[in-house]
Design a binder for this molecule. Structure first.
Ligand SMILES: [Zn+2]
Length: 272
């Protein structure tokens, strides 16, 4: 597809007000993940700080670069393949079945994540600080987005069930209001690895998990909407377990993937 057509198409379909987890949520996931990772990879505190700050850059890039937008979600339940039990949607297979416009519209978070992982491996090999920071920040963003339930569904803003605005209410207003509770719920984890051949499955596996939480978020929204004065308290009470689980799971998945990229690059000695 010609680039200009793609750009026009993107501008036409993009609602510009959706991010994921908000700035605070993204930074929290990145910080929690890197806290354990820094003992495995020699990342000085100044670099960690920079990665945390820049973990929200991909959301900000959407304003300048229209090709950025679809990298933040996948409407996984749009695809009949997924709805009939196939968890991993292979990029080449989908490309042979659907036009580019469909894949752009429904989002390509899983493949943006895979591509960023590859770039991170190359960055570790090159030892270039700028690239390492850029792709660590980008990967942290896309992995975190993949753990936000409303980034893995066609009904991403409740627009199909008369619950418009749930995306923002859940990931930003609620998360920001209950950030301290979320921090209390963070758990220590062991850093593992993901084998290259399992990477695509790993990404789709957590997207699948996110999609299974969608119904819960939507039903909590319905429940909480009955009592407008206590809306966020009720929304939090009914989603806190999956929200904390998703955030812990994002931090662990991110650490495993960074660790794997570092090993794949040959455990380079990083000098900043
Ligand atoms: Zn995002």
């Amino acid at each position: 597809m010609k680039k200009v057509v793609l750009v026009l198409l993107l501008i036409a379909i993009i609602p510009l007000n959706l991010s994921a987890w908000g700035d605070k949520g993204h930074k929290l996931i990145t910080a929690h993940s890197l806290e354990f990772l820094k003992t495995k990879i020699n990342l000085p505190d100044s670099i960690i700080k920079e990665i945390i700050t820049r973990s929200v850059d991909p959301d900000n890039r959407k304003k300048q670069d229209p090709t950025e937008y679809p990298k933040h979600f996948i409407d996984i339940d749009f695809f009949p393949e997924y709805m009939s039990g196939q968890i991993v949607l292979n990029r080449d297979e989908l490309k042979s079945r659907y036009p580019d416009s469909v894949l752009v519209k429904q989002g390509y978070l899983p493949w943006a994540t895979l591509d960023t992982y590859e770039k991170l491996v190359d960055a570790f090999k090159s030892g270039e600080k700028e690239k390492i920071v850029l792709y660590l920040a980008d990967l942290s963003h896309y992995v975190a987005d993949g753990h936000q339930p409303m980034h893995a569904t066609l009904n991403y803003n409740g627009q199909l069930t008369g619950q418009k605005g749930i995306h923002f209410r859940y990931e930003i207003e609620m998360v920001d209001a209950y950030l301290e509770e979320i921090i209390k719920g963070l758990v220590k984890f062991d850093i593992g690895t993901v084998e290259k051949k399992d990477l695509e499955y790993k990404i789709f596996d957590y997207l699948n998990e996110s999609n299974t939480y969608v119904e819960l978020v939507l039903s909590a929204d319905k429940f909480a909407s009955k009592n407008k004065d206590k809306y966020f308290e009720l929304l939090w009470n009914r989603t806190k377990y999956v929200t904390i689980e998703s955030i812990n799971s994002a931090a662990k998945a991110l650490a495993d993937m960074i660790n794997s990229a570092y090993i794949e690059a040959g455990n380079p000695e990083l000098k900043f």
